[in-house]
Ligand binder design. Sequence first.
Ligand SMILES: Cc1cc2nc3c(=O)[nH]c(=O)nc-3n(C[C@H](O)[C@H](O)[C@H](O)COP(=O)(O)OP(=O)(O)OC[C@H]3O[C@@H](n4cnc5c(N)ncnc54)[C@H](O)[C@@H]3O)c2cc1C
Length: 347
Amino acid sequence: MPPDRSPREQAEAAEIVDQGATITAAEPMDHNRTGEVDAAVAALRDRIADHAAIAGLGTVSEEPRAWRAVADDLADRGPADLADRLDALVGRVEQPYPSLVRLRFRLEEGLDFVPGQYVRISYAGEEPRVYSIASPPSDEELELCIRRVPGGELTPDLCDRASVGDELFVRGPFGDEFTLQAPSDRDLVFVATGTGVAPFKSMVDHLFETGLDEFEGGPRQVWLFLGSGWADHLPYREAFRELAETRDNFHFVPTLSRESFLTNWAGETDYVQRTLLKYLDSDAVDALPDPYAESAAAEPAVDVDARIDPGRTEAYVCGLGAMADGVVEVLEALDLPEGLVRVESYG
Ligand SMILES: Cc1cc2nc3c(=O)[nH]c(=O)nc-3n(C[C@H](O)[C@H](O)[C@H](O)COP(=O)(O)OP(=O)(O)OC[C@H]3O[C@@H](n4cnc5c(N)ncnc54)[C@H](O)[C@@H]3O)c2cc1C
């Protein structure tokens, strides 16, 4: 596409094409952690039983769901978070594996798109669904990052059955709103949860491959705040970690709400929008309205030699509706310049 047009103009001009495609990779991105989770559940049961005995609540049966009531009863007499831990671990045991897959395919004709756009795919006669493109335009194949929605029409098939050599039908690209702003000296802040990171993988790869992470010779700071429950549910975490190690101006801040129930996770654990507040520059912190000041005062868990100046930042938010609304509320409180917040919400 002609590079003299803004990404949005390029997206508007992109021709929508129908074509066949062949799957070249269909791989889990999460891990089967059943053994690890079972051990943590057993240890938690022992803790609940010990506290129940001390509190005189009697013995605890073998069934995890039965411990829930005991953990609740213990809330004001023992560690307050036993019930939350139990819910999180049992929820994880019950989650089918894989719950997150990477799907790559070779298109019959190829596709002209700009990062942030999405395609509609049809597979195995199921209802078609749309997915953000996770690969950059330089990639000869297209990659999607797909989360299983239990009971859903298409994603269980994609997670359990999609295999190398299978045929897909692809229509797109779609979407001209959720694209990068025209190049400028502004810094970039990307905020996502789970598979909401897919368009940002495409955008971040594209920025660094094409030198758009610089403007007139100076670096732009590029931030990615990515949230999930568990470490292995953060798509592309290794690739982003490696990029942060090799590029001084890329800052990757993962935040995991449940991982510390399983491992000695010492990183961020809060909601993405509250985590972001910890990395603001001091002028922005001073100007923050009350409900946010406490989060901003907390010590960052990631050692980054840069801070976010909202006055010279553009932001991109992608994820499920409630999460996106929460992030936008915080960005509005930060008074980002008009029109510089772009949002893609997955319903
Ligand atoms: C622009 C856009 C980009 C998208 N990009 C991605 C992407 O990169 N990766 C990705 O995994 N998904 C993405 N989605 C969501 C995707 O289009 C499907 O909605 C999702 O994969 C569920 O499809 P399904 O057929 O399995 O479930 P459905 O049969 O459509 O849904 C079954 C039930 O689950 C609910 N549901 C639907 N989606 C979700 C969800 N995500 N979480 C919880 N409940 C849900 C529905 O309301 C319904 O009640 C995107 C959506 C949009 C609009």
